[in-house]
Design a protein around this ligand. Structure first.
Ligand SMILES: *[C@@H]1O[C@H](CO)[C@@H](O)[C@H](O)[C@H]1NC(C)=O
Ligand SMILES: *[C@@H]1O[C@H](CO)[C@@H](O)[C@H](O)[C@H]1NC(C)=O
Ligand SMILES: *[C@@H]1O[C@H](CO)[C@@H](O)[C@H](O)[C@H]1NC(C)=O
Ligand SMILES: *[C@@H]1O[C@H](CO)[C@@H](O)[C@H](O)[C@H]1NC(C)=O
Ligand SMILES: *[C@@H]1O[C@H](CO)[C@@H](O)[C@H](O)[C@H]1NC(C)=O
Length: 279
């Protein structure tokens, strides 16, 4: 009996902190990992998008649809090779959901470049988690690379900038915003920065730079509490530093109370036994 009690107390003491750690650890790790894993994905998709070009003669201004590896089924990619001068002087009227106006330049300058298109489909949330928001459309990416070597991997992105009108992204594969909520554009730049702006006509976003884009609404639960936005990521991991010791403390208190109660009960039983003996 006593041994059994002791065992359950020990279990309690073990289980509570272990549970807390198993919840908090993956969370903290996932938060710091997402930026690097999204960049690793960009590199992988650059490689796979370039494989879509039919060698040895790749035409310019043509959309080449690519294939993703089977572990990323659900994503779509494409690549388009362009002369730098043509991009600047003519733009690209329609490239999937993107409209590229006249006046887009890259730096550093290259003679020809490749615009890699990404549609992350059902993987959007995995690579671009956005606490407090719900995605209404998949995350779409547009990234520019040097086209001088079409078998190159791990290429650094070029910077592209719209000097006149901005680029537009017209989302087609989109859920309608719940009544009363406002659809917002979200832009993830390549350095991990997130920026929100208003959508025009409900499904169009604009940008002057490359990156990843989507349309979101604030989640209902999040709009009841203060907006999480950017600061939340850091403070969340700090919260655990406070929460874990508090719970461990509580577990110890519960253990102590149980022991105390048990001791009292034993004393009462001994006393009762003594009373019976006297009688
Ligand atoms: C998916 O598979 C490719 C090709 O086998 C591999 O290079 C890549 O690391 C894998 N990516 C993920 C996220 O599992
Ligand atoms: C996305 O859908 C594909 C099937 O279309 C599935 O194999 C894959 O696991 C899904 N990805 C996620 C993150 O759910
Ligand atoms: C192109 O890149 C590949 C892979 O990095 C490399 O093996 C090849 O030598 C490069 N070709 C040229 C012409 O630089
Ligand atoms: C979005 O539009 C609302 C009203 O239409 C305005 O108050 C808000 O400042 C705009 N937000 C941004 C980021 O432009
Ligand atoms: C973020 O978006 C706002 C409104 O669209 C814009 O004024 C601001 O310059 C953007 N910030 C960055 C870092 O691009």
């Amino acid at each position: 009996m006593g041994l059994l009690h002791l065992r359950s107390h020990a279990m309690l003491l073990l289980v509570v902190p272990v549970c807390l750690f198993s919840f908090s650890l993956p969370y903290v790790v996932a938060q710091s990992d997402t930026k690097t894993s999204a960049r690793a994905l960009d590199a992988l998709l650059q490689d796979y998008a370039y494989r879509a070009f039919v060698r040895p003669r790749t035409r310019t201004g043509i959309v080449y649809n690519g294939y993703v590896p089977s572990n990323l089924t659900g994503m779509k990619i494409a690549a388009m090779r362009l002369r730098s001068g043509s991009l600047r002087k003519r733009g690209v009227k329609i490239y999937k959901e993107f409209g590229i106006p006249i006046g887009v330049t890259e730096s550093p300058y290259v003679e020809r470049l490749v615009l890699v298109y990404q549609n992350l489909g059902n993987w959007s949330k995995t690579y671009y988690p956005l606490p407090g928001y719900t995605y209404l459309s998949p995350v779409l990416g547009l990234l520019a690379y040097d086209a001088s070597n079409l078998t190159a991997t791990n290429l650094p992105e070029l910077e592209i900038r719209a000097s006149g009108d901005p680029l537009s992204i017209t989302f087609q594969d989109m859920m309608s915003a719940p009544a009363g909520s406002v659809a917002e554009c979200v832009w993830f730049d390549l350095h991990g920065l997130t920026n929100f702006s208003n959508a025009t006509s409900g499904n169009t976003c604009t940008t002057t730079e490359q990156g990843h884009f989507s349309i979101v609404v604030e989640s209902v639960a999040a709009s009841l509490s203060p907006s999480p936005r950017r600061e939340k990521k850091k403070s969340n991991s700090k919260v655990w530093i406070i929460v874990v010791p508090v719970f461990v403390g509580l577990a110890l208190l519960v253990l102590w109370l149980h022991k105390h109660k048990h001791k009292k009960k034993m004393e009462q039983m001994q006393k009762a036994a003594a009373d019976v003996g006297e009688a």
